[in-house]
Ligand binder design. Structure first.
Ligand SMILES: *[C@@H]1O[C@H](CO)[C@@H](O)[C@H](O)[C@H]1NC(C)=O
Ligand SMILES: *[C@@H]1O[C@H](CO)[C@@H](O)[C@H](O)[C@H]1NC(C)=O
Ligand SMILES: *[C@@H]1O[C@H](CO)[C@@H](O)[C@H](O)[C@H]1NC(C)=O
Ligand SMILES: *[C@@H]1O[C@H](CO)[C@@H](O)[C@H](O)[C@H]1NC(C)=O
Ligand SMILES: *[C@@H]1O[C@H](CO)[C@@H](O)[C@H](O)[C@H]1NC(C)=O
Length: 248
């Protein structure tokens, strides 16, 4: 009698065990991936960036930037010139640039670092752009306003005021710009000789270390949470077994 009771107990215990394992497998929380960050989408939703979108596509720089977003440690800041900003340019400005210079112009609108209005205030000038090489040309100067919700960007040729973010969450800030930033190297009164030298495009693509740590932060936490849950589940089973042992 006693032995059939303990057999029954053992059977129900193993059933309980199987159920627990199955339940855990079913409810194991997969880290929910964030919606993919898409620069094209942000600009399309902005509604007035058709020219910038076309140039990002034609120069293929848009695809390059998009693919760098995932792996960038510092993030990016894009000053997106509106269609109106391109219309304000002197006629033929874009057509007078060769295709390499067009790439440089587009890269010049992008900073290889994520800035908010707050962190702009502490940026140290001159600030490199995606068109900057080791020679230090193609930089911009940023000047924050004390109010903290706007910043002036100057190139040595022109200056524009930025006060509207289309998107801002690490690793990407996209700001609405009423002017195309014109690099001194291409549009200065006396372009320095450096403007004629080959572009430093390759240097902007060097992969950075420690890329994934920021992105994986939350999911690692979730995993450790589910690990804790598992440990607690097994603790419960072991406790049950111990109790049954005492009863028997
Ligand atoms: C971004 O969105 C555009 C249009 O919605 C789409 O064509 C493109 O494939 C997307 N790119 C990525 C990297 O998801
Ligand atoms: C992007 O440019 C390619 C040619 O380089 C063209 O075939 C494609 O239609 C363009 N896409 C958009 C959305 O303009
Ligand atoms: C970037 O990450 C998204 C998900 O966050 C993924 O769908 C996409 O394939 C990744 N792209 C690259 C180029 O790694
Ligand atoms: C940018 O700032 C640096 C450092 O303050 C200064 O030397 C340089 O003249 C400035 N350039 C322009 C174009 O304002
Ligand atoms: C910022 O730039 C605008 C031109 O867009 C200019 O009118 C204004 O004076 C600048 N402000 C500062 C503080 O330099």
């Amino acid at each position: 009698m006693a032995s059939s009771q303990s057999l029954l107990l053992l059977l129900s215990l193993s059933t309980l065990l199987l159920l627990l394992v199955a339940a855990e497998a079913a409810t194991a929380p997969g880290p929910t991936p964030p919606p993919p960050l898409n620069l094209t989408d942000i600009l399309v939703k902005g509604g007035q960036y058709a020219t910038f979108l076309r140039l990002l596509n034609e120069t293929q720089y848009g695809a390059q930037l998009q693919s760098q977003l995932n792996t960038s440690y510092d993030g990016f800041t894009v000053f997106a010139p509106s269609d109106n900003a391109f219309q304000k340019l002197k006629q033929g400005t874009l057509n007078n640039l060769n295709s390499q210079q067009q790439v440089q112009l587009i890269q010049y609108q992008v900073l290889p670092k994520y800035y908010t209005f707050a962190t702009f205030q502490t940026a140290s000038n001159p600030v490199p752009t995606q068109a900057s090489g080791s020679d230090g040309v193609y930089t911009v100067n940023v000047t924050g306003a004390p109010t903290g919700q706007q910043v002036n960007v100057s190139t040595g040729v022109m200056e524009t005021r930025i006060n509207n973010a289309l998107y801002s969450a690490f690793p990407l800030s996209v700001y609405a710009a009423d002017d195309v930033l014109l690099p001194y190297a291409l549009f200065g009164a006396k372009p320095p000789a450096a403007a004629a030298s080959p572009p430093p495009a390759a240097s902007a693509e060097k992969p950075k270390k420690g890329d994934q740590s920021a992105a994986e932060g939350p999911s690692t936490k979730e995993n450790s949470g589910s690990y804790k849950g598992r440990v607690m589940g097994w603790g419960f089973v072991v406790g049950m077994v111990a109790m049954v042992g005492i009863v028997l």
